[in-house]
Design a protein around this ligand. Sequence first.
Ligand code: PAF
Length: 289
Amino acid sequence: MRIERELAGLRAATGAWRGAGQRIGLVPTMGALHDGHLALVAEARRQADVVIASIFVNPLQFAPSEDLARYPRDEAGDLAKLAAAGCDLAFLPTPAVIYPPGDSTVIDPGAAPGSPAEFWEGAARPGHFRGVATVCCKLFMMTQADVAVFGEKDWQQLQVVRRMVADLLLPVSIQGLATVREADGLAMSSRNRRLSAAERAQAALLPALLDRCGAGLAEGGAVEATLAEGRAGMTAAGFAPDYLALVEPASLRPWPEGAIGAARLLVAARLGEIRLLDNIPVLVPPRRG
Ligand code: PAF
């Protein structure tokens, strides 16, 4: 596996691949890789001839109060996993490569009212999606990727990136891949490494409570009442929910009471210092009773 840290080396590789007519797949990551990331690499392999994985803990998507310094890092372990997964090139830029000295341009995916970046994570973490959109746009252009694969675990991020690619007419296809879960149902996430043993055991209750709430909605329960019950259940189980919301899957707007069809149920909840995110699809039937 080739390892590149500078733009010139990356461009030499991608230029040669494109010249040979090869399709380039990209898996953008922040490292601390787990099986969920490796599933993204496998999907990129299916969709492209060559696969690039980027590892960059993007400072622009962390607020000053957030966990940038404590974000888990394991470069040697990550490179071994990527090589074993058949990745062709690992791109590990420094912040100065992504944000050249004096840089003053960002992509703001929440520029228009009602954009998918406005709600939930966008409201809880102001500026977060500006950082995500800016780095993803740069990575798409730097790697000249034909396809980029993202996990559905960060459902809103996937929709924000899709919207940005459509708005900026970028020549990259965005593919989502179903969340990979631990044996007890917890959605895989790099931040899970920071849970204590007791918190890790407790964390498995979150997907179970999410499923229970989703089942209530899929059985025709009133949306607001079912969500309120779900939040209460999470609080009783020791979580501090930021939000538990039923949304329209692409726009992320709150699901209107009485609407029917394919929705997404999103949760963000704190367990100690760690913020856990998860989501599931829900098919909302006509209201019961
Ligand atoms: O999901 C992540 O790991 C990050 O938000 C991403 C997409 C790599 C951008 O920094």
